[in-house]
Design a protein around this ligand. Structure first.
Ligand SMILES: Cc1cc2nc3c(=O)[nH]c(=O)nc-3n(C[C@H](O)[C@H](O)[C@H](O)COP(=O)(O)OP(=O)(O)OC[C@H]3O[C@@H](n4cnc5c(N)ncnc54)[C@H](O)[C@@H]3O)c2cc1C
Length: 428
């Protein structure tokens, strides 16, 4: 594995070191990769262990995020629009097909690589991170795991190289209760097409997307067992009815979509008819690890920025970061970020090992979203009046942090999942 040829253009690229100049530097300490010594007896490795490929990916995504995305963050947030150059950069660097096989144009990296990429992007801009996360961990993964060979060959290469994807499950009347969805797909008399009618709400990436995974019910009389997953392109009739204005992650588009008598060939069904609910459950279980990664990246980004400032800003004749009252708060948040990170990496490795990970993914997402809000909120206070101003970018981390407790299952839904496992374990 360590000597594997690096397929991804991302991993081959060597970008110049960061040269961005900001009011408060975001440049985190350099990554250190140390040689590992093992004890004589066989023991498992710690969670801070990555393949050479994963380490290189982290370093390269960090440079891409710092050098290319960093200077655009404020403008994208103000304009509530993703810069097309950022999306192109994600494609050019192999970040839009991280787990997709090389013969389909992807980077053929591990799931943990996707998690690392989302974490590093979120450190600089959580909006870019969610675009990459939804595209990879939801859209690409559904097609990779459930799509027929024909579907994979038709859709995955474009998704890895030039077309953005959206995952359309939620509707105006079905959020947490996703399987109460009302969009229908009715088989026409010829048996060749389904006719799609309904609306999807809060759909990430949809303003930029060309490829849409849409969940619709082919037989409402069967309840959730009629839910089926379809893949379609925008020109088949996806109507963007409204782009939402939001509190945070403003550069990430979130739209209301309408489907009005849209014809979809039956070949576009992903997986089995009536098994869409299973696809949605399974994919969101692993997608939650991606949101946890977004939240730990966000927390670290806010932490890095505010501490750099706190050790420069002098009051009472010394840097404010040197006061014990500040240092203890830094230590508290650093510990919690590390705990959230370990939960996230552990859930990712469990998934890779093919072991159960649903409870651990829910814990990671729940805890990481709590910590992201705490770290970003404290970072504003640690930087005083500077932190409260827009230009510095810390208030943006705080606004962005709220979404972690909402999408891909609210915090209550994560707690419900964890509690369900506890009931199973302890109830006799
Ligand atoms: C910015 C953004 C991007 C999004 N992107 C996508 C996307 O790309 N694709 C997609 O399909 N969806 C997307 N969503 C939708 C998102 O997944 C839902 O908003 C989320 O699942 C919550 O649903 P809801 O908003 O309807 O809240 P509701 O389900 O109405 O919940 C309201 C409150 O009730 C609580 N609640 C609900 N049920 C229970 C329960 N059983 N027990 C305890 N408490 C409960 C919730 O925790 C919450 O506090 C996005 C949403 C946002 C805001």
């Amino acid at each position: 594995m360590l000597t594997r040829t690096l397929r991804s253009p991302l991993l081959r690229a060597r970008l110049p070191p960061s040269h961005a100049v900001r009011a408060i530097s975001t440049t985190p300490p350099r990554l250190q990769v140390q040689e590992i010594t093992r004890p004589a007896i066989d023991t498992p490795l710690s969670l801070w262990n990555f393949t050479e490929e994963e380490n290189m990916l982290r370093e390269t995504v960090r440079r891409f995020a710092e050098d290319v995305i960093g200077p655009k963050v404020l403008k994208m947030d103000e304009e509530e629009k993703m810069d097309p150059e950022v999306i192109q950069g994600l494609f050019d660097n192999g970040l839009m097909g991280i787990e997709t096989s090389a013969d389909m144009g992807g980077s053929e990296c591990s799931f943990t690589s996707a998690i690392i990429a989302v974490e590093e992007l979120a450190r600089v801009d959580p909006s870019v991170a969610v675009l990459c996360d939804v595209h990879n961990t939801l859209v690409n993964t559904v097609l990779r795991l459930y799509g027929s060979k024909e579907i994979q060959e038709k859709w995955l290469p474009d998704l890895a190289t030039k077309k953005v994807g959206s995952f359309c499950l939620s509707e105006p009347a079905s959020g947490s209760d996703a399987f109460a969805l009302q969009t229908t797909a009715k088989l026409d008399k010829s048996g060749d097409f389904y006719t799609l009618n309904g609306s999807k709400m809060w759909i990430s990436n949809s303003a930029e997307a060309d490829t849409f995974l849409v969940f619709a019910n082919v037989d409402p009389s069967k309840g959730y067992k009629g839910i089926t997953c379809f893949v379609m392109s925008k020109d088949m009739g996806v109507e963007i009815a409204k782009k939402e204005k939001k509190l945070g992650i403003k550069a990430s588009s979130t739209c209301l979509l309408n489907f009005d008598d849209v014809k979809i060939p039956k070949e576009n069904i992903v997986g089995e008819i009536g098994k869409g609910y299973k696809i949605a459950i399974e994919i969101l279980n692993e997608g939650r690890i991606g949101i946890a990664a977004q939240m730990i990246g966000l927390a670290q980004g806010a932490f890095d920025k505010s501490l750099t400032y706190a050790y420069q800003r002098k009051q009472f004749g010394k840097p404010v970061g040197e006061f014990q009252g500040m240092g203890f708060q830094f230590a508290d948040v650093a510990t919690e970020i590390e705990a959230a990170r370990l939960l996230t990496y552990n859930a990712a490795r469990l998934k890779e090992e093919g072991r159960p990970f649903t409870k651990e993914a829910a814990m990671a997402k729940y805890f990481a979203s709590v910590i992201a809000q705490k770290a970003a909120g404290n970072a504003i206070e640690w930087t005083g009046g500077q932190g409260f101003t827009r230009e510095v970018g810390l208030e943006k981390y705080w606004r962005d942090s709220k979404i972690g407790a909402i999408y891909e299952g609210t915090s209550n839904i994560q707690l419900e999942t964890i509690a369900k496992f506890l009931r199973k374990q302890y109830q006799t």
